[in-house]
Design a protein around this ligand. Structure first.
Ligand SMILES: C[S@@+](CC[C@H](N)C(=O)[O-])C[C@H]1O[C@@H](n2cnc3c(N)ncnc32)[C@H](O)[C@@H]1O
Length: 336
C-alpha cells in the first residue's frame, strides 16, 4: 500500500508534530496531529482503505477470470472458423474442378503411389493397400484413427470409406512435440519427436486432405487420444460400439498403447475391427496380448522391412477368455 506523509508542520504549544496530512494512494485520508483522536482517525482510515483495496483486488481477480473465459471462447471460435474455412476451400476446389472426382476401391488401390507421394508418415504402400482392402471388404464407413501425423494411413483409409458412401472418419492428432514425448519411448526416438516440425506436417496434411476432396469426410480432433475420448463423451453417451474400424497408431509408449486399445476398443461395434500398428514392438506387447485375448485375430502382418500391424475383430458376444500369461508376454521376435 502506498502511504506518504506530507506537510511536515509545526505542532501545538511549540511541540513539533510529526505530520499533518497522511496521503494513501494519492488521497488525503487523515490529518495526523499527534493526538489520540488523530491516531484513531488514521487507523480507521487505514482500515477503510484496506477494505477498499481488498474489494478492488477481488474485482480485478473476477475480471481476469472473465477475460480468461473470453479468451477461451475466442480460441474455440477460431478453431470453428479454421474448420469452416477448410470446408469452404474443399467445396470451392470441388466446384472449380481442381479436386479429382471420388474414385472407387480398385482405382484407389491403383492410384496409391500417386496418393501417397509427398505425404509424411510411416504407412507403407503395402499397409495402405491392406487398410483400403480391409475397409472395402468389411464395408467400414465409420472410422477413427489415433495418431495421424502426415496422413499416410488416414488419407487412403478416408478415400476407401468415402467410396462406400455415407462415410465419417475421425482423425485424432495433437501435432504437438510436447505430447509426442510425454510418455517416453527411448532417448533417440524422443529426441526426433521433440524436434520434428509439427506445424509444417499439419499444414501439409491439411492441404493434401483438401486436394483429395476429403474435407467433408474427415472430422479432426487436434488433441491427444484422451482429449478426443473426453470430447466423444462416455461410451454410454456415444452408444456402445460406434465405429466400424479404429486404427490405433498414436503413442507407442508402454502403457499408452494399451490404454488406447482398452479405451477405443469399447467404441468399436460388435463385429467391428481394431487395427493396431507396430505389433512387434515390445512396448506395444501388452496391447497386442489384450487384443489377442479379447478380440478375434483377423490377420497379423510383418513386412520384410520390419513394419508390423494386425487386425482384430470384436466378437459379437463376449465369448473369449482373459489373456493368458504367455499372451501377455508377447515378444517382438516371437511368431506373428
Ligand atoms: C507413428 S505416428 C502416426 C503415423 C501415421 N498413422 C502414419 O501411418 O504415417 C504417431 C502419431 O501419434 C501422435 N501421438 C502421440 N501421442 C499421442 C496421443 N497421446 N494421442 C494421440 N496421438 C498421439 C504423434 O503426434 C504422432 O504424430
Amino acid at each position: 500500500m502506498e502511504i506518504s506523509f506530507v506537510s511536515h508542520g509545526p505542532g501545538t504549544g511549540g511541540r513539533r508534530q510529526p505530520f499533518e496530512l497522511v496521503r494513501i494512494l494519492g488521497t488525503v485520508v487523515a490529518e495526523f496531529v499527534g493526538s489520540v483522536a488523530g491516531r484513531r482517525r488514521l487507523r480507521s482510515a487505514l482500515r477503510t482503505q484496506r477494505l477498499r483495496i481488498s474489494r478492488l483486488q477481488a474485482m480485478v481477480r473476477e475480471r481476469e477470470q472473465r477475460v480468461l473465459e473470453r479468451e477461451r471462447t475466442i480460441v474455440a471460435r477460431e478453431q470453428t472458423v479454421i474448420e469452416r474455412e477448410r470446408q469452404i476451400d474443399a467445396l470451392t476446389a470441388i466446384v472449380d474442378g481442381t479436386v479429382p472426382p471420388p474414385c472407387g476401391g480398385p482405382e484407389i488401390l491403383r492410384r496409391l503411389p500417386e496418393i501417397l507421394r509427398g505425404v509424411d508418415g510411416w504407412c507403407s504402400e503395402a499397409k495402405a493397400a491392406w487398410l483400403v482392402s480391409l475397409i472395402l471388404r468389411e464395408s467400414c464407413r465409420q472410422i477413427a484413427e489415433i495418431g495421424v501425423f502426415g496422413g499416410r494411413s488416414l488419407l487412403p483409409m478416408a478415400l476407401a470409406a468415402r467410396s462406400l458412401g455415407m462415410a465419417s472418419v475421425l482423425a485424432v492428432e495433437p501435432w504437438d512435440n510436447e505430447v509426442a514425448i510425454r510418455a517416453p519411448t527411448g532417448a533417440q526416438n524422443d529426441a526426433w519427436w521433440a524436434r520434428v516440425d509439427m506445424p509444417a506436417v499439419k499444414s501439409r496434411f491439411l492441404r493434401q486432405l483438401v486436394n483429395l476432396g476429403l474435407a467433408d469426410v474427415v472430422r479432426l480432433v487436434e488433441g491427444c487420444s484422451a482429449e478426443a475420448l473426453r470430447l466423444l463423451g462416455t461410451a454410454k453417451e456415444v452408444g456402445h460400439g460406434r465405429f466400424d474400424l479404429v486404427h490405433i497408431d498414436g503413442s507407442h509408449a508402454p502403457g499408452q498403447a494399451l490404454q488406447d486399445v482398452l479405451s477405443w476398443s469399447r467404441l468399436v461395434r460388435p463385429g467391428g475391427i481394431v487395427v493396431l500398428d507396430d505389433i512387434a514392438w515390445d512396448s506395444v506387447g501388452a496391447a497386442v496380448a489384450w487384443l489377442r485375448g479379447h478380440f478375434l485375430t483377423v490377420e497379423e502382418v510383418r513386412e520384410a522391412d520390419g513394419a508390423s500391424y494386425g487386425a482384430y475383430r470384436r466378437p459379437l458376444r463376449r465369448i473369449l477368455p482373459a489373456p493368458t500369461a504367455s499372451q501377455s508376454n508377447f515378444r517382438s521376435d516371437g511368431p506373428i
